[in-house]
Write a protein that binds this ligand. Structure first.
Ligand code: ADP
Ligand code: ZN
Length: 433
């Protein structure tokens, strides 16, 4: 099933024409109504008349998270504040929160984007969706909530936390889909195993997971432990929230609703546009947003675009899995390390849980790279000697993927704090020195 066949399966040239028209409109809107944009465009020597097609997007200056902070809270609005019907704020994973305002039309467009995702996940009005993303300023909860309501599914506004009650509601209300972060899904799977509740009394079949990077290996882990099919949903507060991108049943990349959010990949160093297939920083321009349109917003997420038509029939461009954002990247002894790389290694080692914490520091001018990894109960021993072989195995597996050797510390069951929202998997102490 496809939610909006016209837009999702549109022929490429027709799509580019619409994108061009929408770009002209949004550029005109920000130029006329938003001082910071007008100033920046004047500095770059561009006016709305220079934008004739989507190719002209290259002429426009970028915006960044810093702009949203600098003009906090209302400076980037392109409508009077009275037109704003709701606000969200980013979860502040990487600093001070930023605030985004939505008009009624913005909310409707976002709900449609979400409905496209949920439909692609095979859900419809007969489904019962448990939304276990946090509700509140974070876009996850309310974003998934509106998507679920828009397709007519029965929506359970659980929010995150209170794990026992999560399982109870999931069981009693016959939830068929669970929406939460992948790390919380793993925690729920573990809690379900421990609860002793019979898995066959649950109706769960689909997972709607996003808001943080997760790997193919983690997908398999959650799918096996919960007995479901897990789908990727992508989004970010600045651009609207969850629903900017989604996987179809072919799970061959994450489709982006490019009629609403125009993606580009740039070289993070030079800002030059990169060709399809080359990895770089993802940049979005909101093509229809009224409240706080963003032009060429730099997400800091690293991925590449896949332009070919998908087997599902959608022509919407796809992006490859996001390994992490540039902010998550740890540069240790000159080597780039993403927490998601450690996750993928640990998912393949039967004796451990994919629960870990990385600590990076600098001692005597050398970077230290410590990883705590949690061993499953059946394999754990306090006796260091007994754990030696396992330790070596993990150290080598990690080294072969990231290129440098960590100092590994094996810890016992339940030692590593579980996440209910976005998992925090690393601490870089060098930042505080
Ligand atoms: P914050 O920037 O404070 O984390 P958001 O909640 O807006 O605020 O988070 C958006 C970010 O979350 C994205 O830019 C991306 O880094 C990450 N993200 C969201 N969905 C996914 C996903 N499906 N896969 C990987 N990363 C994701
Ligand atoms: Zn597809």
């Amino acid at each position: 099933m496809i939610w909006n066949e016209k837009m999702e399966c549109m022929e490429k040239l027709a799509m580019r024409k619409i994108q061009g028209e929408r770009l002209q409109q949004v550029v005109k809107r920000v130029y006329e109504n938003c001082e910071p944009y007008r100033k920046r465009m004047q500095e770059a020597g561009v006016t709305p008349d220079d934008i004739k097609s989507i190719d002209d997007i290259k002429k426009l200056p970028f915006t960044s998270k810093k702009d949203l902070r600098d003009y906090y809270p209302w400076g980037l609005l392109s409508v009077p504040q009275s037109e704003i019907v709701k606000i969200h704020a980013s979860s502040g994973t990487t600093g001070k929160p930023i605030v985004v305002g939505y008009t009624k039309n913005d909310c409707d467009a976002w709900a449609e984007a979400g409905a496209r995702c949920f439909t692609a996940f095979g859900l419809n009005k007969n489904d019962v969706v448990q939304v276990s993303y946090g509700y509140g300023l974070f876009t996850g909860g309310l974003g998934a909530h509106d998507a679920s309501m828009t397709i007519g599914a029965t929506t359970i506004p659980m929010s995150a936390g209170n794990t026992e009650k999560q399982l109870l509601m999931m069981h009693d209300l016959g939830a068929t889909a669970l929406a939460c972060t992948p790390s919380y899904a793993l925690y729920l799977a573990e809690s379900l195993e421990k609860s002793g509740m019979p898995r066959n009394e649950f109706k769960l079949k689909a997972g709607i997971f996003g808001a943080e990077p997760w790997t193919e290996e983690m997908r398999k882990e959650i799918e096996t432990r919960l007995g479901i099919k897990a789908y990727d949903i992508y989004g970010l507060t600045e651009i609207s929230g969850p629903g900017v991108g989604f996987e179809c049943s072919f799970q061959n990349g994450t489709h982006l609703s490019e009629d609403l959010f125009y993606p580009e990949i740039i070289d993070p160093e030079t800002g030059e546009q990169l060709p399809d297939g080359v990895e770089g920083e993802l940049v979005f321009t909101t093509l229809t947003k009224e409240g706080m349109p963003l032009i060429r917003f730099r997400t800091r997420d690293l991925t590449h675009l896949i332009r070919e038509k998908c087997e599902c029939g959608r022509t919407l461009v796809r992006m490859a899995r996001i390994l992490g954002r540039t902010d998550d990247m740890l540069i240790i002894r000159g080597v780039n390390v993403f927490p998601s790389q450690i996750e993928s290694v640990l998912c393949n080692i039967a004796e451990v849980e994919p629960q870990f914490f990385i600590t990076v520091d600098r001692v005597n001018n050398t970077d230290t790279f410590d990883i705590d990894v949690e061993v499953k109960k059946a394999y754990f021993s306090e006796d260091e000697n007994q754990m030696g072989a396992l330790k070596n195995k993990i150290v080598h597996a990690i080294q072969s993927v990231v290129g440098i050797q960590p100092k590994l510390n094996l810890v016992g069951p339940d030692s590593i704090q579980r996440s209910q929202g976005k998992a925090k998997r690393a601490l870089d102490k060098r930042k505080f020195k």
